[in-house]
Design a protein around this ligand. Structure first.
Ligand code: GLY
Ligand code: MN
Ligand code: MN
Length: 457
């Protein structure tokens, strides 16, 4: 089954090139002063149990500016005599460790094949970093990722030695470069879009597989999850970009449901929110479909409102619009739909009120987030307190939903819509020619979905 699906995928794109990563470094350095020292740390490895680690995923800023994916790494950049140089500290070659844990590029591999000027063993980090710090006047470093680096940085700032007294040398401040890097990461290059498109296509095909082969009475949520995540790996992505949400019936009304172990019952709506990660880039797709292949009339009513809201929101993903224009468009369509169904009894204006409006009873989350190297990608939404305007190259999700949890004690759920949970989520690229739906391989109209669900069982 996976082999046939795989044929529908285009070729894997070329990875982001070293030249592009060098360009990113230069663009960042151009915002720095000459005495700045940039330090980027890899995320720590984390323990699953005892001596078993979670699969490793590094920190996205380090990945963005070095391409390095292994743990125990630090990148430092500083300006020496008018020229910026980048040093990467990596795990050295170690035959015994490599026999057990896998091959390492090592210091030579790093400097040969990654876009850095120098590479060193991470064993030299303390001494070399102390030397870099002594030459700097400001340290661009995000605290809290690698405690041993934090300690060195704080010690250097506190230090009051003769050189500082006499010559005024040494760092005097620490600044977090994350916002500067986030501004760059907000705008995706063609090569980044190609990685995201591949992640999106793989994810779309995985959702289709769940619709085709899963579902039906006695299917279990975990079985649908295995189809989806199995294809993520089959297709050559690293796996999920966030834990898959597979909820049937009332579980579909729980936004971040993660147990994924119930039976999917006749008449249930199944909501699957799952996306693959490819070379660090995320996809994030939600589809909601009838487990038995046919929406009930009540399910159709809710589904169509959410779909109309999603399409209205996607239409707002145009250059120059405030980032929250899609959210406002989606909210309006959802509220109008629920007023028509008699679920909302207020005026349109009153229903949208964030304190007393009835819409928030059934739609309680935002419509969008940036997406890129992190599924909830970086980038300030309200710079200087004003909504950011959309620019060509930005990527965001559009994911309206309606959730009628009959189990909720805080609201009276309309009986007709009890335990219907619908979310429809796509990933959108903003371009000067209008919105491009990166996840467009994944069907979403009622007719398409009804023709696919259960078709291969
Ligand atoms: N899957 C997480 C989200 O949709 O934001
Ligand atoms: Mn999302
Ligand atoms: Mn999602």
């Amino acid at each position: 089954m996976f082999a046939e699906m795989f044929t529908q995928l285009g070729d894997m794109p070329e990875p982001v090139s070293n030249a592009e990563i060098n360009d990113r470094q230069r663009a960042l350095f151009s915002k720095f002063d000459n005495g700045d020292l940039l330090i980027l740390c890899a995320s720590p490895e984390t323990i699953h149990s005892n001596d078993v680690h979670h699969p490793y995923r590094t920190q996205s800023n380090l990945l963005y500016l070095s391409g390095w994916t292994e743990p125990d790494a630090v990148m430092c950049s500083l300006n020496i005599n008018g020229k910026w140089e980048t040093h990467l500290f990596v795990q050295p070659k170690d035959t015994l460790k490599e026999i057990w844990e896998g091959r390492r590029p090592g210091v030579e591999g790093a400097v040969e094949n990654w876009p850095v000027d120098y590479a060193h063993s991470v064993d030299e980090l303390q001494a070399k970093l102390a030397d870099f710090i002594a030459q700097s006047s400001k340290i661009m470093h995000r605290m809290g990722i690698m405690p041993e680096v934090d300690e060195l940085v704080v010690k250097a700032i506190k230090k009051r030695d003769r050189a500082r007294q006499r010559y005024g040398t040494g760092p005097i401040s620490i600044e977090d470069p994350s916002n500067l890097i986030a501004e760059m990461r907000l705008i995706k290059s063609d090569s980044e879009i190609a990685q995201m498109k591949f992640a999106s296509d793989v994810s779309s095909l995985a959702h289709i597989a769940a619709m085709k082969h899963g579902g039906g009475n006695n299917a279990k949520e975990n079985q649908l999850q295995s189809l989806i995540e199995g294809f993520f790996r089959y297709a050559g992505t690293s796996g999920w970009s966030y834990p898959s949400i597979v909820g049937s019936g009332e579980n579909a009304t729980i936004l971040h449901y993660k147990q994924n172990e119930d039976y999917c019952k006749d008449g249930d709506v199944v909501l699957i929110d799952a996306g693959a990660e490819f070379r660090g880039y995320a996809a994030d797709i939600t589809r909601s479909w009838p487990n038995n292949g046919q929406f009930t009339d009540a399910q159709k009513e809710i589904y169509q409102i959410v779909l109309d809201a999603q399409i209205a929101a996607i239409d707002e993903c145009v250059v120059g619009n405030p980032y929250n224009a899609p959210h406002e468009a989606a909210r309006k369509v959802l509220a109008e739909g629920l007023i028509k169904l008699g679920v909302i009894t207020q005026s349109l204006e009153d229903s949208l009120d964030m304190t007393d409006g009835q819409l928030k009873d059934w739609y309680m989350h935002n419509t969008s987030h940036w997406i890129g190297l992190d599924v909830h990608d970086v980038g300030v939404y309200l710079p200087n307190g004003e909504p950011r305007l959309l620019e060509s190259g930005m990527c965001l999700t559009i994911e309206p939903g309606l959730y009628f949890g009959a189990w909720r004690p805080d609201v009276e759920c309309p009986e007709k819509y009890a335990n219907i949970g619908i979310r429809i989520e796509d990933d959108i690229l903003v371009t000067k020619d209008g919105p491009v739906v990166l996840t467009d391989m994944c069907p979403k109209t009622i007719a398409e979905i009804e023709s696919i669900v259960g078709s291969d069982k």
